[in-house]
Write a protein that binds this ligand. Sequence first.
Ligand code: ATP
Length: 195
Amino acid sequence: MKVIGLTGGIGSGKSTVSDYLRNKGITVLDADQIAREIVLPGKEALKELLAYFGEEILLENGLLNRKKLGKIVFSDPDKKLKLDQIMHDKIRSQILKKLQDESSQGAPYIILDAPLLLETGMDRIVDQIWIVEMQDTLRISRVMKRDNLTEEEVKARISQQMSTEEKRKKAHSIIDNSSDLENLYAQVDQLLANL
Ligand code: ATP
């Protein structure tokens, strides 16, 4: 089974590409969703987060307050490092388990949508890397609107990710999302045809 890692900067259009692929019946593993599953109440990752960050990162209903945790770590590199240490290995092993399940069911290929594919070294478990790109001005304004963040908050998140130039060096294919959706989907169709 071929594993295609789909990545790109915050707000570049990964979810838009993933949704398109899913609608075509292709299996897409979503690393963000896996990250949410492993912090559900009772899970080991949540226990470790609570031990380090305290109860203040919980919502009243006992779920993790992701927005609050995001604000805490994005302004404190040590805390960000600790969060990564708690999360990354667990996300990775869960992804490997899901890939194995899909492989045993005979899927010819699978997409792994992972915003931090390159930053976390998960590119080593994929066969191809597709990178979605969108110019900064456009993605910053789209993410500000989508997530109700300030420009500074979005830029802080961008600065934590690998630069576009570094990402490019590792890409097998670059998907240019600077135009409309029709153009975006046509590029994805071409990549699928080449597989
Ligand atoms: P994140 O890294 O934050 O998860 P993402 O890379 O998954 O973001 P999307 O959520 O797919 O990015 O796209 C960001 C926003 O831009 C969304 O609101 C999406 O609907 C919109 N968008 C993406 N591509 C286009 C496009 N070609 N034309 C118009 N809007 C677009």
